[in-house]
Structures are given as structure tokens and as C-alpha cells.
Design a protein around this ligand. Structure first.
Ligand SMILES: Cc1cc2nc3c(=O)[nH]c(=O)nc-3n(C[C@H](O)[C@H](O)[C@H](O)COP(=O)(O)O)c2cc1C
Length: 191
């Protein structure tokens, strides 16, 4: 196949999936996805991304941790905490794996922005590689999953690492339609 047509297909096919079948994603598959993620562009070769990988057993342990630390889901809105936690606990068992993505914060603002961007590019690599392998993915910035206590539970250092997102992976249980994108003319200025 023409390689340019393969990448075009994958970029268009990637969708945010929130429903998974419960089938596991293997360590081999995850290694493959993360290796591809690390080919993202990175200024000064800082490779600022960090990945904390949770298999299904670890996701179950994280769910139990969150269940007994309800104040985590109560941030930022205590009134919505219980419902948010219940929804999260209902969804987690359907995932095949989860990758908590952080980037190492830089003291210099310009470098920190570059490193944040590089880590975001690594996430997109991961999402596209997952799509190409028939996996569904969801980039979540759930405040509970990005809470400093949750990050610390995952082995991250919340004082040195910023939360980029929680990447949910698994076999898709549905096929969400693509949310529309605006016409390019609204977003592009030709000079
Ligand atoms: C940085 C980032 C954070 C996101 N966080 C959430 C989230 O917390 N909850 C959610 O429902 N979707 C989240 N999304 C997914 C978007 O809602 C999704 O990309 C958008 O609806 C477009 O759909 P598509 O990904 O299928 O093209 C996030 C996307 C990005 C890039």
C-alpha cells in the first residue's frame, strides 16, 4: 500500500472511544505503542514524556484506591464528586490498559512549553499507533486521574511532573461517528 495513504487512513480513523469490551491489551502491544510514542519530535532530545502503564490488574487496584479516597474525585467540585467517582469506577473494568502520561516540568517557561508539546506529540503517536492496530483509545484529562495523589499512587512525582492525560486503551465496543471539524477556511490564514 502507498504509505501516504496508510497514514491518511489512520489519522482519519482515530476516534475517541469510551466503550471497551474488557479484553486486555498485552504488554507486548503496549511496549510497541510506547516505543512508537517515543519517536515524537523532541527539542534538545529532552524526551520529556513519562509513561506509567497500568494493566488490568493495576487498573483494578487503582479503582479500589480511588473508591476509598473519595476526596480525590471531589476536586474541583465536591457536589459532583460521588457521581464522578461512580462513573469512573463503572468504566475502568472495561479498559484493556491505561497509560498515565506526564512530562518533566522545566523551570524555564519556554522550554516547559516545548516539552509539554513534545509529550503531546508522543501521545498522538501512541493514539495513531493504537488505531493502526485496531485498538480504541481515549485521551482523558479526568481531574481524578490527574490528581496529585493519583499520580503519586502511579509512581509519578507530582512536584516534578505535569499531568498530560490518562490514555485509555482497549478493544472498541462501539464505533463512534467522527465529531465534525470546522471548514479549514475558519482556521487557516494563507499569506
Ligand atoms: C488534551 C485532551 C484532553 C481530553 N480530555 C477529555 C476528557 O477529559 N473527557 C472527554 O470526554 N474527552 C476528552 N478529550 C477527547 C475530546 O473530547 C475528543 O478528542 C473530541 O471530542 C474529538 O473527538 P475525536 O477524538 O474522536 O476526534 C480530550 C482530548 C484532548 C486532546
Amino acid at each position: 500500500m502507498d504509505p501516504s495513504s496508510a497514514i491518511t487512513t489512520v489519522i482519519r480513523a482515530r476516534r475517541t472511544h469510551k466503550q471497551f469490551t474488557g479484553a486486555p491489551v498485552s504488554r507486548l502491544q503496549l511496549d510497541d505503542l510506547l516505543e512508537l510514542a517515543s519517536w515524537a519530535p523532541t527539542h534538545r532530545l529532552s524526551e520529556p514524556w513519562r509513561f506509567a502503564v497500568l494493566d488490568q490488574a493495576a487498573i483494578a487496584r487503582l479503582g479500589e484506591y480511588l473508591r476509598f479516597e473519595p476526596e480525590i474525585a471531589a476536586v474541583p467540585d465536591p457536589a459532583k464528586g460521588a457521581a464522578k467517582l461512580a462513573k469512573l469506577l463503572e468504566r475502568l473494568p472495561s479498559l484493556g490498559a491505561m497509560v498515565q502520561v506526564t512530562w518533566m516540568r522545566a523551570g524555564d517557561t519556554a522550554i516547559d512549553l516545548e516539552d509539554h508539546a513534545a509529550a503531546a506529540a508522543a501521545v498522538q503517536n501512541l493514539l495513531l499507533a493504537a488505531t493502526a492496530r485496531g485498538l480504541g483509545s481515549f485521551w482523558s484529562t479526568s481531574s481524578a486521574l490527574g490528581h496529585p495523589k493519583t499520580l503519586a499512587w502511579c509512581g509519578c512525582d507530582p512536584h516534578r511532573e505535569g499531568f498530560l492525560g490518562s490514555i485509555w486503551l482497549g478493544l472498541p465496543a462501539d464505533a463512534p461517528p467522527p465529531p465534525p471539524r470546522r471548514p479549514l477556511t475558519e482556521r487557516v490564514r494563507w499569506l
